[in-house]
Write a protein that binds this ligand. Structure first.
Ligand SMILES: *Cc1c(COP(=O)(O)O)cnc(C)c1O
Length: 372
């Protein structure tokens, strides 16, 4: 029997070498890389410094608070693109954080912060290209760039960027990718004519950057891909995350044994069950009950019964698994389930899985010795 390290609890492993390799992949395919580290780096934790050491030129996130903390910790150029106009922009402007501005209300808030702090606000005007979320609607663009251009001339705001976001990037052949980029070029020209001349333009996220869409602009904003996720399903990226949990209880059961709440699964033969101390509170989707698989001693085993809040039960067949032995939920060893498979079993995307893993996984990092 191979000697295995026993586990004390659930482990979330981040492979910093893979993360660094993915960052370099995007840096090589672009003119400048904004590493998107929103939502605690898609659940991976404190990896911003490592990304900066491996080719990221900027950091990007949604909230102002995250951006201020990142900028103070790393000193890197940091862009925040989703704030309420009622938020306090003073700390961000004082820290030199770049802020996306999608409306006149946001512009007013940013100007108030510039006046309060005595700093010029670093602004990226954000135009909606057809995704109808957080960018300025096209009919509001002319007015927005006119005011922003005036403020730029007065030295209140520094015109840093114009940004947009493509609606169908995960489908490279969709004609909207082309029309949305034409809209973007028009929006930039309108801004320039009104005195808002950007230093950087950016529209591409992971799927587009990988396929050379929008990489002619000065920056690309990449999140998922850094963490090994390609929304368009390619395999050019290295998997970064690994998940393992110990078997805490192992039991042999007779045919006819019901497992878990409501006996959602009943053993159809004599078999062995292993219980792991992770459940939907740890981001194991309940909807994957009865579908998901794990790797036990090199073989696939099925999750049986309903995923509970803190535990799942696995039908390990005749595997001689011992209490404390690790069971792989996501890994890179032969046969191990991938994040993509978990997304499929759960009817969602890999992003949704990694951002819900919660605080009970013990996080560990390997590789990346250069900046340990
Ligand atoms: C999340 C986000 C990104 C990164 O997208 P990925 O597909 O994860 O690379 C880029 N830009 C904006 C505006 C985002 O919200």
């Amino acid at each position: 029997m191979p000697t295995t390290t026993l586990l004390a609890g659930p482990e979330l492993h981040v492979d910093l070498d893979a993360l660094g390799a993915n960052a370099r992949t995007f840096r090589q395919r672009s003119r400048g890389l904004v590493a998107v580290v929103k939502a605690d780096a898609f659940g991976h934790g404190d990896v911003a410094q490592h990304l900066l050491a491996h080719g990221a030129d900027w950091l990007g996130t949604t909230s102002l608070d995250e951006a201020v903390a990142l900028r103070q910790r790393t000193g890197a150029r940091t862009l925040a693109w989703l704030a309420s106009p009622a938020a306090d922009f003073d700390p961000a402007v004082a820290a030199g954080v770049d802020v996306a501005v999608p409306s006149l209300a946001h512009l007013r808030a940013v100007v108030a912060a510039a006046r309060a702090t005595g700093e010029r606000a670093r602004v990226h005007l954000h135009v909606d290209l057809g995704i109808a979320r957080d960018g300025a609607p096209r009919e509001a663009w002319r007015e927005l760039v006119t005011f922003a251009g005036g403020l730029a001339r007065m030295g209140v705001v520094e015109p840093v960027g114009v940004m947009g976001h493509l609606s169908h990037a995960a489908h490279p052949d969709d004609p909207r990718n082309r029309t949305e980029r034409m809209l973007f070029d028009n929006a930039v020209r309108t801004a320039e004519r009104r005195g808002f001349v950007p230093q950087v333009r950016h529209v591409a996220a992971t799927a587009s950057a990988l396929r050379g869409v929008g990489t002619e602009y000065e920056l690309v904003r990449v999140g998922a891909g850094l963490y090994g996720i390609d929304p368009a399903g390619g395999d050019a990226l290295a998997p970064v995350i690994g998940l393992a949990a110990p078997a805490v209880v192992v039991r042999d059961v007779a045919a006819g044994t019901g497992v878990g709440y409501d006996h959602a699964w009943v053993a159809d033969r004599r078999t062995r069950l292993a219980t792991m101390p992770v459940g939907y509170a740890d981001g194991i989707p309940r909807v994957a009950s009865g579908r998901a698989e794990v790797l036990v001693r090199g073989r696939r085993a099925r999750v049986v019964g309903a995923v509970s809040m803190d535990q799942v039960v696995v039908d390990v067949g005749d595997a001689g698994v011992e209490p404390g032995e690790p069971i792989t939920l996501v890994g890179t060893e032969p046969g191990a389930p991938t994040l993509g498979e978990w997304a499929g079993w759960s009817g969602t995307i890999a992003h949704d899985i990694v951002t819900h893993l919660g605080s009970r996984w013990r996080r560990s990092f390997t590789g990346g010795a250069a900046c340990a």
